[in-house]
Design a protein around this ligand. Sequence first.
Ligand SMILES: Nc1ncnc2c1ncn2[C@@H]1O[C@H](COP(=O)(O)OP(=O)(O)OP(=O)(O)O)[C@@H](O)[C@H]1O
Ligand SMILES: [Mg+2]
Length: 402
Amino acid sequence: MLVGRSAESARIDGLLNGVRGGTGGALMLLGEPGIGKSALLQYAGRQATGMRQLAIVGVAAEAALPYAGLSELFRPVLWGLEALPARQSRAIKLALGAGEDGATDALAVYAGVLALLAEVASREPLIIIVDDAHWLDIETVNALAFVGRRIEDESIGLLLGARSGESFEMDRVPQLRLGGVDQAAAAALVGRAGYDLAPDVVRALCDVVAGNPLALLELPGVLDADQRAGRRPLDDPLTVTASVERAFLTRIDRLDADGRQALLLAAASDSDDVETIRRAAPAAATGLEHAERIGLVRVQRGRIGFWHPLVRSAVYAAATDEERRAVSPRSRPGSTVTPTTLRTLITSWSRPSTLPCPKTPSACERFWKPSWSCRRPKMFSPGPGCATRPYGLDPAGASSSR
Ligand SMILES: Nc1ncnc2c1ncn2[C@@H]1O[C@H](COP(=O)(O)OP(=O)(O)OP(=O)(O)O)[C@@H](O)[C@H]1O
Ligand SMILES: [Mg+2]
């Protein structure tokens, strides 16, 4: 059962009601791995009573096979081809590999797809649910986009889920970008997973993972009893969720050396200033652009923000020890963790009151000491509303301005 998401489920309910009443529409749910796209699509499937449902899931291994997605979608309704004009029926059969040889005519295929779906919908309202649309072959994506733009007068609904940051587009198909769930939903998720966490810890966890349901479900499982009770910080949210992190790792793998260095600098730095990163590594600007294009960071008004806190973790996980050492303050001449930096950290991080909080820079350094030698650095347990970042790199002496 879905927790939270009242606005999103209301939007889906509205679309389904419209379809029942003869006003079709399309909606694409976009969001990072684990954010709840599939959960919402499943909700839609449960709500779509009295309707015909056609559902498919994009498969990465078939992304390069033209019309592989459509052939799956149409399998239960191929009978409808009989009602189509011969040209469209032929075009579809050809596209699905079931016709005579010849070149496919994209417009005839798209028109045929729309006509076939309209034929199905003439018997009962139709909802098409497509999950992991970012893994569909491009021909199917284009055909569905064509449909999505032309169903307002049909009893047809098209609901899709796709990961943001993937090279996937559907021009002029309405989008709903999913953010994290709120604190109340987070508490419900954690409770539902059977974990008994102190309320402060749930709040801190929700902040750390920006309300990502998958992370909320998985992270408590790697906490020890003291952490669950709030007696010890959540010192390493990075052991979190192999799946969310792995998805980000795949994206990081697409970056070149400049991009990886830029991200590692940003992850290790306590500055979110692009200029500071640029000074530390002049080629980093191009790297950052690429990282932004593939949805790892957002750069706004000269400030870098990680798309998701877990991206930061994945960046560390993807780096070699040598790369991490290269951005470590201890190995960069002139870039140190200064008392000013530490003081800033001490005063700017609020923490759950049950957790110990060092009062001086040196105590802070001891307390939050990162371990650059291990595969992943220590992370911290920030309180509600805190940014999560390790103390560390102060490239190009930026801390002097703090
Ligand atoms: N609102 C919610 N209520 C209850 N459970 C949820 C909610 N949102 C997500 N979940 C659960 O969180 C986990 C991750 O959600 P889901 O699989 O829907 O993410 P996703 O966005 O589809 O991720 P991916 O891109 O990896 O496919 C699932 O176990 C799902 O059931
Ligand atoms: Mg999913």
